[in-house]
Design a protein around this ligand. Structure first.
Ligand code: GTP
Ligand code: MG
Length: 339
């Protein structure tokens, strides 16, 4: 390595493109992590280098299993991923990458630390790569660059990629578009969550795990499973797949092989019905549209008259002096004449 590269690494600055490429392809976890930091950066110079890196890696990207794991805070997502990850690495000899998305709230500072300790066994396994990323205020429940991070992990040869997100209602659409299998973790007392699921996200779910089905919770968990199964049964399913419900104690690592088998069954079913490629294709389409929306708002906000007008109009909307509709029309008009 040239001495200049050593210096930049020591300073925590950027590496050369070739170093990133070689490091990611060699599955060097430190460099993979730095590569994700690069693609998460908003600095223009990083954006350019990040783009070059992705382009250089595209020919090496192999299809992985992308598993989205969502659920309310504290339901046990990290503990579950630790147990499932260990089953896959130690039990099956395959590699696992975990991208856990942190909602960047004050509470979440604890949760990043919590994630590290709750995935302690997996973190110590050399076949695993764990990377928390801030969600940076995105409603999607995914980090702004989760898709790019997935591609980097795929280029590094991770066959299984888990994406841990906190379920916030709306997040599921995006997570669903990114993943091949969307798993929702719930607690034994079904109630509220069942209502939420019925209202909006039922169609997104490929499987439900009733977690913490241990000790005194077991009987209640059984009842919850029956309720969820009834609700899921009303769905038409797709590609010949009907979502399933499983019980699990992540703490005691029970039923983990069965839950992994559920994903494999789903994979086989969607492959045979041709829906697997379709789901990826739709996800890519959504990604392109999101990139266009993002690009358009950048162009919009870079017009001087817009940056001048926006703070005042936002304040007026907040105070109810102008309707959101009228404010948006004024801004769009200013945009059209300002270009
Ligand atoms: N009894 C029991 N406790 C569990 C189980 N799974 C997780 N827990 C506990 O529940 C708490 C939260 O677990 P986490 O794995 O951090 O939950 P999480 O969903 O990742 O939480 P956030 O990332 O903060 O949203 C911890 O105290 C775990 O030990 C389980 O199967 N049974
Ligand atoms: Mg967690």
């Amino acid at each position: 390595m040239p001495s200049s590269a050593r210096t930049t690494r020591r300073l925590g600055a950027r590496l050369q493109l070739a170093e990133y490429v070689a490091g990611v392809l060699a599955a060097d976890r430190a460099i993979l992590s730095q590569a994700i930091t690069l693609i998460e950066s908003d600095l223009p110079a990083d954006a350019e280098l990040g783009m070059q890196l992705l382009e250089a890696l595209i020919p090496h990207i192999a299809k992985s299993r992308r598993l989205g794991i969502s659920g309310a805070p504290g339901v046990g997502k990290s503990t579950f991923i630790d147990a499932l990850g260990i089953h896959i690495t130690r039990g099956l000899g395959e590699r696992v990458a975990v991208l856990s998305v942190d909602p960047s709230s004050p509470i979440s500072r604890g949760s990043i630390l919590g994630d590290k300790t709750r995935m302690a066994r997996l973190a110590a396994d050399e076949r695993a790569f764990i990377r928390p990323s801030p969600a940076a205020g995105q409603l999607g429940g995914v980090a702004p660059r989760t898709r790019e991070a997935i591609l980097l992990c795929e280029a590094a040869g991770y066959r299984n990629i888990f994406i841990e997100t906190v379920g916030v209602g709306q997040s599921e659409t995006t997570v669903h578009a990114i993943c091949d299998f969307f798993l929702l973790l719930v607690l034994p007392g079904a109630g509220d969550e069942l209502q939420m699921i019925k209202r909006g996200i039922m169609e997104m779910i490929d499987g439900i795990v009733v977690n913490k089905a241990d000790g005194d919770n077991r009987a209640q968990a059984e009842r919850a499973r029956a309720e969820y199964a009834t609700a899921l049964h009303l769905l038409p399913g797709y590609g010949g797949w009907t979502p399933r419900v499983a019980l699990c104690s992540s703490l005691e690592a029970t039923d983990i092989p069965e839950i992994w088998q559920m994903m494999l069954d789903h994979e086989a079913q969607l492959e045979s019905s041709g829906r697997s490629a379709e789901r990826r294709a739709l996800g890519n389409l959504q990604w392109m549209r999101e990139l266009i929306s993002g690009g358009l708002s950048e162009i919009f906000n870079s017009v001087p008259s817009i940056s001048e007008l926006t703070p005042q109009l936002e304040d007026d909307v907040r105070r109810g002096r102008i309707t959101p509709h009228a404010a948006s029309r004024r801004l769009l008009k200013a945009f059209q004449s300002g270009r």
